[in-house]
Design a protein around this ligand. Sequence first.
Ligand code: PHE
Length: 340
Amino acid sequence: MKNELIKIKENALKELSNIKNLDSFRNLEIKYLGRKGEISTILRGLSELNDEEKKTFGKEANIIKKKLTEDFNKKKESLSQSTNKYIDVTLPGTQIKKGHIHPITQIENELVEIFKSLGFSVLNGPELESDYYNFESLNIPKHHPARDMQDTFYVDIKNKENKYDLVMRTHTSPVQVRAMQQFGAPLKCVVPGRVFRSESTDAVHEHTFYQMEGLLIDKNINIPNMIAVMEELLRNIFKQEIETRIRPGYFPFVEPAIELDIRCTICKGAKCPACKHSGWLEILPAGMVHPNVLKHGGIDSNKYSGFAFGLGLTRLAMMKYGVDDIRLFQSGNLKFLEQF
Ligand code: PHE
């Protein structure tokens, strides 16, 4: 009987190793481990033996049954895993979702095209900026109260001279001086980019937003030139005449400084949170470049004059698309973004 048991075991394992698919596996399982299978038949035959033999062979038979059950289970697992590798090529595929350009970038691209057509070049500057370019060169000395106009992220890293001098740029204006130093006058450029303020956020304030600086320097540039360019710009963006107003403003790097506001396109002037309940939106601060700034840029203010403006790209996107909360743009909310 012992020999018989060993033979069954050997045959079972040999056959098992040749099995290639689940169907033949199932048949083999029934053949050896099924209710009427070879092992069960042997176990049933034990009843004919005497007590002593029952004990020895019973034990032997159970060990073999256990071993076979284990090996069969392992085989079953590996077979079902490899079966899963088959792909049903007739199933419809999963569609790959295509993204699109972020609404702020769309506006930025549109503006860049407008300015290129007016002969402006498009420049870049660093987001991690020196105190010198962000403030000093723009006529905002250290400890000047005008520094309070822009809540600044001062950065806890030393510069090459081992001084704490870095800030997350609060505006794109530092590139004014960088551009003057690099290219001199005459100069016509725009600088789109990301800027940072340590703000408490609300419907119109964000810690990270986008601006586009404009700078034009040449001989005999005056305020009407500046207003003409800005109105042309707004006409191009909104594709319609929009109501504007000009107020005096204050920025140390321009003199005189103005604020060009547009009628709130969300409430049409009826006053809403997006326009801070004023019916108007500050969208285009600007002014004639201050002689001190020209000097930092290495340009002779007796020969040249110019104007600069700082377009709030994010705010412009709000107006153009009627978005009433600035925070939506960076929220990563696809339901919002997919509308553009
Ligand atoms: N840099 C200013 C700001 O961010 C805007 C500005 C730019 C004003 C150019 C005048 C001229 O607040």
